[in-house]
Design a protein around this ligand. Structure first.
Ligand code: MG
Length: 165
């Protein structure tokens, strides 16, 4: 049987995973609206994955005779100032999720909850992957921005060419 403290903490985490799913779906909707279906596709799959994360915790509680208690999911933002801002938020959000997974793991250690520790090992690895993916996209979007800046600079230089007599 799983401890009351651990049950409450896992129920909190279920809510956080559903919020992640909701956040990424809202980001997908933002890109659908901008006619960028590739970005929207990536975020839709990300939203699906977050729901699966919630269900892993849900199943863990059910399997151990715990009680799943679903809470209200906060409304995610609807708009962002730029494509880069969206993925910077993904990156920051994943860092927060990692911190909450670590806190949950700390609690599992204190409670000597070995099954929860095993489950959380999977999540710890998963967060390494999630943070890597988000960082890669942010980096690439930043490169694109830098490149457009250099193109503008080159354009500025080319504009200054004088005609030869
Ligand atoms: Mg997750």
């Amino acid at each position: 049987m799983i401890s009351q403290r651990m049950q409450e903490a896992i129920n909190e985490q279920i809510n956080k995973e559903f919020y992640s799913s909701y956040l990424y779906l809202s980001m997908a909707a933002y890109f659908e609206d901008k006619s960028l279906p590739g970005f929207a596709h990536w975020l839709r799959l990300q939203a699906d994955e977050e729901r699966e994360h919630a269900m892993k915790f849900y199943n863990h509680l059910v399997d151990r005779g715990g009680r799943v208690r679903l809470k209200a999911i906060d409304a995610p933002p609807v708009d962002w100032p730029s494509n880069l801002a969206v993925f910077e938020e993904v990156q920051q959000h994943e860092a927060k999720v990692t911190a909450s997974i670590y806190a949950l793991y700390e609690l599992a250690l204190q409670e000597k909850d070995y099954p929860a520790q095993t489950l959380l090992h999977w999540f710890i690895d998963e967060q390494v992957e999630e943070e890597k993916n988000a960082a890669e996209i942010v980096q690439q979007l930043r490169l694109i921005e830098e490149h457009s800046a250099s193109v503008l600079m080159l354009d500025h230089r080319l504009a200054k060419r004088e005609s030869e007599e």
